[in-house]
Design a protein. Sequence first.
Length: 150
Amino acid sequence: MTRPVSILLLCLLLFASCRRYHAEVVVFHTLPSDGWEQTDTIRFPIDTLDAQGTYQLSIGLRTSISSPYPFRNLQLNIQEKISSLPQRSHTISIPISTNHHGTTLKEYLLPVDTIQLPPKATGEILITHHMRNNPLYGIRDLGVKLIEIK
């Protein structure tokens, strides 16, 4: 009786592992410890996706309690400059929690846009902040995540 159950579990495991691969790019940049100036553009190159497809663009960030972020949200300006596509811009607001519940690092991920990329697309995502403090303290890392939508 245990042998049929083992074979069934093995078949389910093999079936689950045969999913189609989803292309994904995740890139984080550590921001300067002396603050992020409004004129400092953080650049994320797009050049590692071979397949065309529809991708979800999300923005990620990490805050640290060692250098507390002074606001409850973060306003970002995002520009998409992708080959053969019209340039697009977004202004987003990411809500920030001041309560870390004992952790030293807090991560946020916010979906921004859906992009239809051509094969072997190149370009970049450009991000600046739009906050009144200049330089802005408390943001440790800023990132971009592109994941193919099936």
